[in-house]
Design a protein around this ligand. Structure first.
Ligand SMILES: Nc1ncnc2c1ncn2[C@@H]1O[C@H](COP(=O)(O)OP(=O)(O)OP(=O)(O)O)[C@@H](O)[C@H]1O
Length: 520
């Protein structure tokens, strides 16, 4: 445990903006937060770090009034306070930018913001305030534009400007950069530093340790629901931060050389399909092949055709022509999801709750969702002991923190559920594995484990297609990389022949269109 006095001297005399004392929150069978102390000073950017299930989200929900603690004290600007609801939190000056945006697609930017402001001024005045605030903070926004026209980065701006108009004194950000291009991350950090300079306190949750080192003044580390230490991130390395979080060395992800040209196992041939609904993005003649023993990454901000592509690949959407998707040499574009799985397709969707797992079912039943064909059902009868064993094996191999195969999917922390879903697909030994956001919300230790398992599959000859917004991740595990922007696929590059700056530019749609495919 390394608890030192780390309060910046200049701020020692001012009352903390927020002080939590001995906060405890218990769920059936698990202590999510135990005797947590946390102090956030005015103008401080304070990181909350911890592996999946460490208790970070529970603590933020307590501060934002979404969850009530069982015990402990909350002091707001020196005064003992009970934060009974998010409305009460907002009245105090606490605002939160959630990982998943809560915006209405059909409404304009201004209408969305008006909904969140208790005393919204008349539309013209509000539009003027939005424009002025947005410009002032270098986050340009057009108040009248409908939200469905906005990129993910612009949507996040709406959320942030909405918080800024509430003149927050404490701003909570939960993994705010997971959907942003590297350029957009820089812009966000400039805004956050300026807010801090103006005296706003920030609580920042992220699994991206380099970002925490670049941005945050102090960090509180949680492990197993308790505070395990404090530090100044700038004085730590990403490795030492990881050690504090997981109590062990961080495994290194290494992609061994792969020069062998093997047969394509997954081919997209002029894959076109219309947009999925009025706010979707049509796909335009995508060409791509993924060979046995390689990982191909598709970078890009979601909303650029990612969900249309994923549906076309999984079989949730069938295509106009069968040969638009070919697997193991056979056209599968007109086959449904079950038929494609029976031919050796594994698939991890973007949304873990609802698509990847059924929240109200336990993990054993969730195993059956996709692995029933792996010997779990005989003559129409579910082999319950086998299903439990199968689920327990996934829990063990992927170090899923939960109360065994009986745990309901919704009781798992986000990262632990992700580990379970990825584990379930890998356990089925697919020939072709398609994974969306493999380590989204997963802590560094578990992310390294998942990446290692994906690389193992590649080394055993599986063809993997990884669709992710996390460029660092794509560069660490992919042999080749392309960008999907505006429903079009960029040229495909070997990861050693490009860099995150170029791919970041391409994510904004700025890529050459004359070639769409290079051989492996
Ligand atoms: N509503 C709930 N019911 C039961 N258990 C819960 C509930 N919410 C959280 N938990 C449990 O509390 C613990 C802490 O979860 P929490 O979501 O706070 O972790 P976290 O640090 O935010 O994890 P992650 O990084 O994966 O999001 C976990 O063991 C989780 O399973």
């Amino acid at each position: 445990m390394r608890c030192q006095s780390l309060l910046p001297h200049a701020r020692m005399n001012s009352a903390p903006r927020l002080a939590l004392r001995d906060i405890t929150k218990t769920y059936p069978g698990v202590i999510a937060n135990e005797d947590i102390d946390l102090t956030v000073l005015p103008g401080e950017i304070h990181a909350v770090l911890g592996e999946n299930g460490a208790g970070k989200s529970t603590l933020m929900k307590i501060i934002y009034g979404l969850v009530q603690p069982d015990a402990g004290t909350v002091l707001w600007e020196g005064r003992e306070t009970r934060i009974a609801s998010p409305a009460a939190a907002r009245r105090l000056g606490i605002a939160m930018v959630f990982q998943h945006f809560a915006l209405f697609e059909t409404l304009s930017v201004a209408e969305n913001i008006a909904l969140a402001l208790p005393d919204a001024p008349a539309p013209a005045a509000l539009a003027e305030r939005i424009r002025a605030t947005a410009e002032d903070y270098g986050l340009p926004l057009e108040p009248q534009r409908p939200v469905h026209e906005l990129s993910v980065g612009e949507r996040q701006r709406v959320e942030i400007v909405r918080c800024l108009l509430q003149s927050p004194r404490l701003l909570i950000l939960d993994e705010p950069t997971s959907v942003l291009t590297p350029q957009a991350v820089e812009t966000l950090f400039t805004t956050l530093r300026r807010l801090a300079a103006e005296g706003v306190s920030l609580l920042y949750i992220s699994h991206k340790l380099d970002e925490i080192r670049a941005l945050c003044d102090r960090a509180t580390v949680l492990r197993g629901g308790r505070v395990s230490g404090h530090c100044r991130p700038a004085g730590e390395s990403a490795d030492s931060l990881a050690r504090m979080m997981i109590g062990a060395e961080l495994p290194q992800t290494r992609l061994s050389a792969n020069n062998v040209r093997r047969e394509p196992k997954l081919v997209l041939h002029n894959l076109s399909r219309p947009a999925d609904g009025p706010f979707g993005t049509a796909l335009h003649a995508l060409q791509l092949s993924v060979h046995s023993g390689e990982i191909v990454g598709i970078a890009g901000a979601s909303g650029n055709g990612q969900s249309e592509l994923l549906q076309a690949l999984s079989g949730e959407a069938t295509l106009a022509q069968a040969d638009m998707v070919q697997m193991l040499g056979a056209p599968v574009g007109r086959l449904g999801a079950a038929a494609r799985r029976a031919r050796g397709l594994g698939f991890v969707p973007e949304e873990r709750l609802g698509r990847g797992a059924v929240p109200a079912l336990d993990l054993a039943a969730n195993t059956l969702l996709t692995a029933a064909g792996d010997g779990l059902v005989r003559r129409g009868l579910i082999l319950r002991p086998t299903v439990r064993r199968y689920a327990r094996e996934i829990i063990k191999r992927f170090r899923v923190k939960c109360h065994g195969s009986h745990a309901l999917a919704r009781s798992l922390s986000g990262g632990n559920l992700q580990k379970f879903i990825v584990g379930r697909e890998i356990a089925q030994n697919p020939e072709v594995l398609i994974v969306a956001q493999p380590t989204w919300g997963v802590d560094v230790g578990s992310a390294a484990l998942i990446r290692e398992r994906l690389i193992d599959l590649r080394n055993r000859g599986v063809a993997l297609l990884v669709i992710s917004e996390d460029l660092d991740e794509l560069f660490s595990i992919c042999d080749r990389i392309a960008v999907l922007a505006g429903g079009r696929l960029s040229p495909l590059r070997h990861t050693s022949a490009t860099d995150s700056a170029e791919i970041g530019r391409w994510m904004a749609g700025l890529f050459p269109t004359e070639t769409t495919h290079v051989p492996a």
